[in-house]
Design a protein around this ligand. Structure first.
Ligand SMILES: *Cc1c(COP(=O)(O)O)cnc(C)c1O
Length: 377
């Protein structure tokens, strides 16, 4: 039997990507600007269904960095950040010379806990420093508690930088993720719901802020015939070749969201009546997840003492990739000195949780292999 590797999440082309790339070559727009960049930005703006402005960038990390700059985060400032996330959510805080303040998750969406958030804001203010921004993340495509987080952010007048890197195609109360932040961020890395091989985007509420983002992303050149600079710039713009891939991917985004959601249904069936294993699912019908990754938590007391690591190794022996949930930032060696608010929700999730193969390109034979391996557990 074919035993090729089954990946957690691998690129899945729609078919038109190469046509857009060919157009770029034929017209010699082989540069970090051009018709595909403009077209890709317009495709995303239309998809998000809100009055937003999209700037295509070289990565989601670059978008987060520019987002912090546009929210005026400077050296010595504090920025609140969800602890359970990929390190790219937090690293740009340090690029700015600012300090991250990490917040625990709640159990329903695994995202930023509103109670711990408010506790942190009050405590930081009482210590003399009001946080400059809040980085909230939609983990694995699951929308965070957008109403509660927005209510607290507005109450203390702190802007939200929405990290929607994993959540293009998700929505909350019918509103698309990527439109909840004062500034929002998308990623098109190779493992994301759609890919440009590598890339990201910043989503803003005004044309003016988008223009400022593009200005900073293209080396901050003043409007002069010679090269003149009054600000520090970056080389963060997206290539017209990558944007061509993105245009092809936008054509099949909703179809691929459907296929990822089918993978979630596949696991729902596989774990039906399996006591001790819980599939991560939407808490209410307000939430619509793209199910970028399907994830489970294992209660080893109810699974003959078997742990998520036992399952991971069993899957690995069958050449099936799986991975523990994101290790919270407050438990990372590099952030061990950073302030942290909350309990041990994210720590427990990390200890007991596992992400399973979730790609939109997993075929029936591969599903059988996954199912057999899970049954052996
Ligand atoms: C992927 C990811 C990023 C970074 O995006 P890149 O395009 O890889 O730089 C940021 N935050 C989260 C939550 C991510 O999953």
């Amino acid at each position: 039997m074919n035993n090729s590797k089954i990946w957690l999440s691998s690129p899945h082309m729609g078919g038109n990507e190469q046509n857009y790339i060919k157009e770029a070559f034929d017209s010699n727009w082989v540069a970090p600007l051009g018709p595909n960049v403009i077209g890709f930005e317009q495709d995303i703006e239309k998809y998000l269904e809100q009055e937003v402005f999209v700037g295509a960038l070289s990565s989601g990390t670059a978008a987060l960095h520019l987002g912090l700059i546009l929210l005026d985060v400077k050296a010595g400032d504090e920025v609140i950040c969800q602890s359970m996330t990929f390190s790219a959510s937090a690293n740009p805080i340090v690029y700015q010379g600012a300090t991250p303040v990490f917040i625990d998750s709640e159990l329903e969406t695994w995202n930023m806990c509103p109670n711990a958030l408010e506790e942190a804001i009050k405590d930081r203010i009482s210590k003399g420093k009001k946080p400059k921004a809040i980085i909230a993340v939609h983990l694995y495509g699951m929308p965070y508690k957008a109403d509660e987080i927005r209510y607290i952010a507005d109450k203390y007048e702190i802007p939200i930088l929405e990290d929607s890197a994993e959540a293009l195609g998700s929505s909350y109360k019918g509103q698309k993720c990527g439109t909840f932040g004062d500034i929002s961020v998308l990623s098109f890395n190779g493992n994301k719901i759609i890919t440009t091989s590598g890339g990201g985007a910043i989503v803003t509420k005004t044309q003016e802020i988008k223009n400022k983002a593009i200005f900073l992303a293209t080396q901050a050149r003043d409007n002069e015939p010679h090269y003149q600079h009054s600000e520090i710039g970056y080389n963060y713009r997206m290539s017209n070749i990558c944007a061509g891939i993105g245009r092809g991917q936008m054509e099949i985004l909703d179809k691929h969201v459907g296929l990822r959601r089918n993978m979630h249904d596949f696991y729902k069936e596989a774990f039906q009546n399996k006591e001790g294993i819980k599939l991560f699912s939407e808490p209410t019908s307000d939430y619509f997840s793209n199910h970028w990754l399907s994830a489970i938590t294992i209660d080893s007391a109810k699974c003959n003492r078997k742990t998520r690591e036992d399952l991971r190794l069993l899957l690995e022996s069958e050449n099936i990739e799986s991975r523990p949930l994101w290790k919270p930032m407050h438990l990372q060696p590099i952030f061990s000195e950073s302030p942290y608010y909350g309990g041990n929700v994210s720590e427990n999730l990390f200890n007991n949780g596992l992400c399973l193969p979730s790609g939109s390109n997993i075929d029936a034979n591969e599903k059988d292999r996954i199912k057999n391996a899970l049954n052996n557990f």
